[in-house]
Design a protein around this ligand. Structure first.
Ligand code: ACO
Length: 322
């Protein structure tokens, strides 16, 4: 069996926050932010707009793109680090919002790598035959956990959601067949204090704020990203030449450019949305994917490479024949 992508969709909150608006509030500048990160603006969820709302909108767009009714879905894996509540899982709010009352829905937390982890999880459930069709969603409201007085972090993140629909299909399983070809996940908790939230139910009984040693994250990012992509190449016999589109986690343009360069992936194959979305953590890959599908860049049969790295650290890659 193969997990074939039937469709994708995304959702961004209406409000756009520009670098200039940030510079009016804190000691920063458009020039500093663009030069260090490539970010120009980000979307911010409205009051009362929760991660589940963004996720439901993205899921509906993906179902419409796939030409499927919500009832066809029997598995929802939602990647988020900014759930509506400590529990229940935001995935069950999404399931209920879509009117689905069968199958299973759960959250998965791997911070910025969440979408790749969720894709790998759903892929394994579908290939095992346990479920037939899955919604894999990345949805975040990072604006709610930012310290808006910390210029080193608050300029980097944004809110949004993206989703894909996967279906288990009987396939001979060659690399030219459509579907998820391979996934590779890694984590190493020795780095857990480099990027974390300083609150939580068991520690402080508060939600807390994102804290990051930016330089430390930067230092490890490119090596980890390229290692796990080489794993994907080794597993499939594919090379950078075979890749049609590179859709990385959108944290920072400099990390993306350095990773593509190190892997010899041509710049014109790189999908970039970090300029418009900022870092939307688990939502960034499906947001970028949906924009590249919508504008006609990603076409049926294309080989698409996803990668992500984030808090934990966690990191991962996925190769998908679209
Ligand atoms: N505006 C203006 N100046 C700033 C800002 C800001 N928004 N933020 C920090 N500075 C200042 C610092 O105070 C410091 O000033 P000083 O020299 O007077 O002390 C100076 O800029 C340099 O600070 P650094 O943190 O060393 O700057 P650096 O060049 O490392 O850039 C950045 C910071 C952009 C965070 C970078 O380290 C980075 O991109 N790291 C990767 C982190 C990342 O992308 N994380 C996302 C989550 S993880 C993931 O998704 C992979």
């Amino acid at each position: 069996k193969r997990s074939v992508v039937l469709g994708c969709g995304s959702y961004l909150p209406q409000k756009v926050l520009t670098n200039a608006e940030l510079a009016a509030r804190i000691d920063t500048s458009d020039e500093w932010i663009v030069q260090r990160t490539g970010i120009r603006e980000r979307h911010i969820a409205a009051e009362g707009e929760f991660t589940s709302h963004l996720a439901i909108n993205a899921a509906r767009a993906a179902l419409e793109h796939a030409g499927l009714h919500a009832q066809a879905i029997d598995l929802i894996v939602l990647a988020t680090s900014t759930p509506d509540n400590t529990f229940p899982a935001t995935a069950v709010a999404v399931q209920n919002g879509l009117g689905i009352h069968h199958g299973a829905a759960f959250d998965l937390q791997a911070v910025c790598s969440g979408f790749v982890f969720a894709l790998a999880t759903a892929d394994n459930f579908l290939r095992s035959g346990a479920y037939k069709r899955a919604l894999v969603i990345g949805a975040e409201t990072f604006s709610r956990i930012l310290d808006w007085n910390d210029r080193g972090t608050c300029v980097l993140f944004g809110d949004g959601a993206g989703a894909v629909v996967l279906e288990a299909q009987d396939q001979p399983g060659s690399s030219s067949d459509r579907g998820v070809l391979t996934t590779h996940l890694r984590s190493d908790g020795r780095h857990k204090a480099k990027l974390f939230v300083d609150g939580g139910p068991s520690t402080t009984q508060t939600v807390g704020h994102l804290r990051m040693e930016g330089r430390e994250v930067f230092k490890h990012a490119v090596g980890m990203i390229t290692d796990v992509i080489v794993d994907a190449f080794n597993a499939t016999g594919m090379t950078a030449e075979d890749i049609d589109w590179f859709i990385p986690h959108q944290a920072n343009k400099r990390i993306i450019d350095a990773s593509a360069h190190k892997l010899h992936i041509a710049p014109q194959k790189v999908v970039l949305t970090v300029d418009q979305h900022g870092n939307t953590s688990a939502a960034s890959i499906p947001l970028a994917l949906a924009s590249a599908v919508k504008d006609g860049r990603v076409k049926k049969g294309d080989l698409v490479l996803f990668e992500a790295m984030g808090g934990g650290f966690t990191w991962g890659s996925a190769l998908v024949r679209w």
